[in-house]
Design a protein around this ligand. Structure first.
Ligand code: NAG
Ligand code: NAG
Ligand code: NAG
Ligand code: NAG
Ligand code: NAG
Ligand code: NAG
Ligand code: NAG
Length: 490
């Protein structure tokens, strides 16, 4: 009976509806709704119509720690990292904030047009890819750790001068909280290790907490999982479409490079002497740790699973990894010099994930000369794009990191790829990210497109001295095809 009444009322309402009626949008709104649009939607909702203002949606595929639920006029974003467990309500701007039953830790209109506070440099490329650089109003990170050329050269100097950009002290919740209270149309992106996870107007982003162990266990890829957080940022700006497209394109390149690495590894294997065929290149991932006043602590060595272990597996090489070590420093384990020499001396390649190689070499030249990688000058740090860029930008370019890793590990997949991150400490200088071309343009990750190599059955090529036989063939095929299409055009 009730249903029937509602139904008749709905029918009755149709002819009396005013001029505006709800038309489902074909893409998410990049603006607030007008009053007319908003009232048409309220009417449609009251009539029981199904509304979907967000045809483009975010969906986690590789990430473990986020989900977005769509409810027509609003979204519920959950950070599901066990130690975080926060929920945010994002509603279409121009409508009133809906009342929801569950407890939420923050309410934001979308697209969010207020100011943004950065509390970790890893947040920067995500904001820049979505072209929201100009919305940044504060940084709770030291200025000298920021690498983005457009922020460093344009936005920050201009903003400091006209007072539109503030630098807040690092890890100081009191200072951040009072800034957010003073600037109440501002959203801070926080991190999973923040002391206060439920500060008003702060959203916890757990990209860097994505668990390599969980990913390995579930057959997912932790590098992809981290980058997929772009879709979470996207949800705040109704940019789900752009975010998904960028995530998918990056994933496709990464997957394609990974498949090529298998083919290259197989080619290298065929070139090897019979007795060496079971031996894969061996990578050492380790750096030397000192305390604040320069006293030796020990060697921090790679532990698997971890993101760099995923790179090693994808490049079809082995990585030395260990949790052992006799040095204990504030609960962390390090190897002594003797232990580390025994552990790492036979590695073919040494990736040194720190920026202090030069000072180390002056202190320990003799000791280091016993390492095979040092003898062969196969030592790389992460400074080819600058001293801090690795921490800020590499997660947004994880496909380039893969190519770099494979190349230094003797699995050069693509000879056209110019290394971006790993710097040979003997022959290359510390690099930079280059200059900002236009601060109003989105950040475009540096891309090496993937040309799929063809699988090669072996035989004639087995003893080829060229590592790029397959690539050569593909290139020739491609050139021929282009010639054909050109002649057709002519
Ligand atoms: C993301 O893009 C891919 C490829 O274009 C598409 O197949 C997929 O459905 C999109 N995902 C969502 C959640 O829209
Ligand atoms: C997450 O928080 C909600 C309340 O906000 C609670 O009901 C739920 O049990 C929590 N889940 C976990 C896994 O802690
Ligand atoms: C945090 O910042 C406030 C100013 O907002 C300052 O008074 C306080 O001393 C700072 N706390 C620490 C631990 O530095
Ligand atoms: C934001 O601050 C302004 C004053 O600067 C105040 O009028 C307004 O009520 C505040 N809004 C909220 C939601 O606290
Ligand atoms: C977190 O910050 C909010 C203010 O934004 C405050 O009300 C709350 O008590 C803080 N929680 C903790 C655990 O400090
Ligand atoms: C070095 O720093 C530690 C604290 O990290 C301190 O205990 C020690 O006295 C310092 N040593 C020297 C020689 O300054
Ligand atoms: C980590 O080390 C173990 C031996 O300690 C080795 O079996 C394993 O393959 C290494 N992991 C990777 C990803 O190479």
């Amino acid at each position: 009976m009730k249903l029937l009444t509602a139904f008749s009322l709905a029918l009755f309402n149709v002819p009396t509806a005013t001029t505006a009626s709800y038309t489902p949008p074909s893409s998410n709104y990049y603006r607030c709704l007008t009053d007319t649009e908003a009232s048409a939607i309220s009417t449609a909702l009251a009539n029981g119509e199904t509304i979907d203002l967000f045809p483009s949606k975010a969906q986690s595929d590789q990430s473990s720690y986020w989900e977005v639920e769509y409810h027509g006029t609003y979204k519920i974003l959950r950070n599901t990292q066990p130690d975080v467990n926060t929920t945010y309500l994002l509603y279409q701007c121009g409508l009133d904030a809906p009342v929801v039953e569950e407890k939420v830790d923050g309410i934001f209109h979308v697209p969010f047009t207020g100011g943004l506070v950065v509390t970790d440099t890893t947040q920067i490329p995500f904001i820049e890819i979505l072209n929201r650089r100009s919305q940044i109003v504060a940084f709770a990170v030291p200025e000298n750790l920021i690498s983005s050329p457009c922020l460093v050269e344009d936005i920050i100097p201009a903003g400091k001068e006209d007072g539109t950009i503030t630098f807040l002290p690092l890890y100081n919740d009191t200072a951040l909280d009072s800034f957010l209270k003073e600037h109440n149309r501002t959203l801070a992106f926080g991190g999973p290790w923040d002391e206060n996870l439920t500060m008003k107007n702060k959203v916890i982003i757990s990209s860097v907490a994505e668990s390599p162990a969980l990913a390995a266990e579930q057959g997912r890829d932790v590098n992809q999982a981290i980058f997929e957080w772009l879709e979470v940022y996207g949800a705040f700006f109704n940019e789900e479409h752009l975010a998904n497209e960028t995530v998918e394109e990056t994933r496709a390149r990464y997957d394609c490079h990974t498949e090529n690495a298998m083919i290259v590894a197989e080619e290298r294997r065929r070139e090897m002497l019979e007795e060496d065929k079971s031996r894969l290149p061996l990578v050492l991932w380790a750096y030397h740790m000192q305390d604040y006043n320069g006293t030796d602590i020990g060697w921090d060595v790679g532990e698997c699973p971890n993101y760099y272990c995923t790179y090693a597996s994808n490049c079809m090489v082995n990585i030395l990894n260990s949790t052992e070590g006799s040095v204990d420093y504030y609960g962390y384990t390090y190897m002594s010099d003797d232990e580390f020499l025994e552990f790492g001396k036979d590695a073919d390649v040494w990736i040194y994930p720190s920026s202090n190689w030069n000072s180390l070499v002056t202190q320990k030249a003799d000791y280091l000369s016993d390492f095979k990688s040092v003898q062969n000058m196969e030592v790389y740090d992460y400074q080819l794009s600058g001293e801090s860029a690795w921490f800020e930008q590499r997660m947004a370019e994880y496909d380039n990191v893969l190519l770099d890793f494979c190349e230094v590990a003797k699995r050069d997949i693509d000879p056209t790829h110019g290394r971006k991150w790993f710097r040979n400490v003997y022959i290359e200088g510390v690099g930079s990210l280059g200059a900002c071309s236009d601060p109003d343009e989105p950040y475009m990750p540096r891309v090496t497109e993937c040309l799929k190599l063809e699988e090669n059955g072996g035989g004639a090529d087995s003893y080829s001295s060229s590592g790029y036989t397959s690539l050569g063939k593909t290139l020739v095929a491609w050139l021929l095809m282009s010639l054909v299409s050109i002649s057709v055009l002519w």
